[in-house]
Design a protein around this ligand. Structure first.
Ligand code: GDP
Length: 364
């Protein structure tokens, strides 16, 4: 599945947040096939459209999409040189699709801050620097590897070398690889070295409960510091999230959220933001047996989208029937949508849109 790795300095609230994520067990129970390792939590992606579909179709069951979060503990200053869990930690990050960077924005004299005092921007820079140093190592290694070929005139090596040097310059200047402007073709030059700082990132400002819903001076400085990265900053109180995750009754949850001026849990915001960050969209299948959300990448064509249900659906794809949710809501039934002329039949080149309700026709 798609994975987000939770990183941050020690004592910033990663485990608290992770526990809140992974204790949403009631929802994850819909996924009999998911094995949950101690540091991997599976969470369902909240989607109001599923509720709408459930109301219209009255299916026997509803299956949301999921996303995985991995608690990556052990990053400390010097990790790139092997301190703490060092390289093991960094190898874990290599495997995730996106990074959730948790930053301490709460004061509490009882909880030691590893760097002595709460300072979100310098905390962020410490983590970034470790990852960047590791990336610089990877880039340097590849430069060494291809330098000779480039020298003797190998065109591909020369082109790659030019791109790698841009990454090197950025990393040496304390910038993350994701800030380097490179075309998809150029990015090929780094695709084999799995850089850490090229992965998309979301910042989580972990604030005390009194700083909900809009954050505090700490989270404001963080927001200011990352504003050029185009990354989202989500305000969360990990302690409050863990309390919310214990509540099974939706009404109780809502009341509790209301007390803190929230309309939605921080976790729900984080999950949605992660989904978006990964470039994922959802299409639905809506049968009476099952209403289900399916995860695909933006830009996928109908056969590829069908393939996430079953590989045969892709291979034997004939055509797809597509309904839009607003039409379904208006006309109530598939027959109604068809009569209104709003049911479209699409072929192999159709690019599936977020929220499409799909039915695939395939050969036997
Ligand atoms: P990790 O090392 O990043 O995984 O941090 P933990 O989740 O273990 O949290 C470290 C300590 O900070 C624990 O005692 C948590 O209960 C506490 N903590 C986490 N989030 C908050 C918060 O928002 N406010 C306060 N006051 N304490 C928190």
């Amino acid at each position: 599945g798609l994975q987000c790795g939770i990183v941050g300095l020690p004592n910033v609230g990663k485990s608290t947040l992770f526990n809140a994520i992974s204790s949403g067990k009631a929802e994850a129970a819909n996924y009999p096939f998911c094995t949950i390792e101690p540091n991997v939590g599976v969470v369902t992606v909240p989607d109001e459209r599923l509720d709408t579909l459930e109301g219209l179709v009255k299916p026997q069951k509803v299956v949301p999409t999921i996303i995985e979060f991995v608690d990556i503990a052990g990053l400390v200053k010097g990790a790139s040189q092997g301190a703490g869990l060092g390289n093991k930690f960094l190898a874990n990050i290599r495997e995730v699709d996106a990074i959730v960077h948790v930053i301490r924005c709460f004061e509490d004299d009882n909880i030691v801050h590893v760097e002595g005092k709460v300072n979100p921007v310098s905390d962020k820079e410490i983590i970034d620097a470790e990852l960047q140093l590791k990336d610089l190592e990877s880039v340097d290694k590849k430069i060494q590897r291809i330098a000779k070929a480039a020298q003797v005139g190998d065109a591909k090596a020369k082109a790659e070398l030019e791109v790698l040097k841009r990454y090197k310059t950025a990393l040496e200047a304390g910038k993350s690889a994701r800030t380097v402007q490179a075309t998809p073709d150029e990015q090929e030059a780094i695709s084999d070295i799995a850089l850490l700082t090229v992965k998309p990132v979301i910042y989580v400002a972990n604030v005390d409960e009194g700083s909900l819903p809009n954050g505090n001076a700490y989270s404001d400085t963080l927001r200011e510091a990352v504003k050029d990265e185009g990354a989202e900053v989500i305000i969360i109180s990990a302690g409050i999230e863990s309390q919310i995750s214990e509540m099974e009754d939706p009404e109780e949850r809502e009341l509790f959220l209301g007390e803190y001026g929230l309309t939605e849990s921080g976790l729900s915001k984080l999950i949605k933001a992660s989904y978006k960050l990964l470039g994922l969209i959802t299409y639905f299948t809506a049968g009476v047996k099952e209403v289900r959300a399916w995860t695909i990448h933006r830009g996928w064509k109908a056969p590829q989208a069908a393939g996430v249900i079953h590989s045969d659906f892709e291979k034997k794809f004939i055509r797809a029937q597509v309904m839009k949710l607003p039409d379904f809501e208006q006309f109530k039934t598939e027959a109604g949508v068809r009569e209104a002329g709003k049911l479209s039949v699409e072929g192999k080149e159709y690019i599936v849109q977020d929220g499409d309700i799909m039915e695939f026709l395939h050969s036997a």
